[in-house]
Ligand binder design. Sequence first.
Ligand SMILES: [Zn+2]
Length: 248
Amino acid sequence: MNLIADLLDLILPEHCAGCGAAPVLLCDACALPLQGPARPARTAFEGLPPPWTVTAYEGPLRAILAAYKEHGRTALAVPLGAALATAVQAALTPHHLSSPNTPGAHLGHDPPSLVWVPSRRGATRRRGHDTLRGLADVAAQRLRTAGVPVTPVDALRQRVRVADQAALTAAERTANLEGALDVTPHAELAGRTVVLVDDVVTTGASLTEAARALREAGADLLGTATIAATPRRRGSSKRGGARAGWFW
Ligand SMILES: [Zn+2]
């Protein structure tokens, strides 16, 4: 994150990252969908609890995430990380961890780890920042302030180079990612509680592969959380084309 660029983007932004209109980082209308409550995604994926998510991946949010990830507007980590915090808190609620009065109840003394799906190899260098780490850090900070202790842990890494997922069908995505991730040796997740996070859930393939790696390392996966889920497209087939999968 470039602090000076972020400050400039906050004080003298050229245009809203969502709609391009008002000279603010994010105008009220574009920020609104990020400020709602979390709910579980409508579609479940084999072996994985439905991710908690805050909004649909459509409209201005597509531009906002692209501005954050690809166009260097890293100050957007704040509103995006806040939305992720809402989803993480919802994922923790069934485990009685979200109340300030019962910190860590039922699950020992260690706060849950917040583990994010890693970017593809080379993406972090190209972008100049680790996009998911930035969101997880903001989310953890907000949750800690609200009395919900979570620790961001850089636990997952790409084992193999995988193809860009964008053009693949749901089944192809799953095959593409099989065995793609593993847990870094220093992460020590055995017996630890984990909430797995990503920015957008599209087919669930990335979350499923990350969950497999975490469980294989002995982690206790409490739930998954994303900022957004892809909406159901009109006419998308039940068998699942490239765009089908997880629905808002
Ligand atoms: Zn706007």
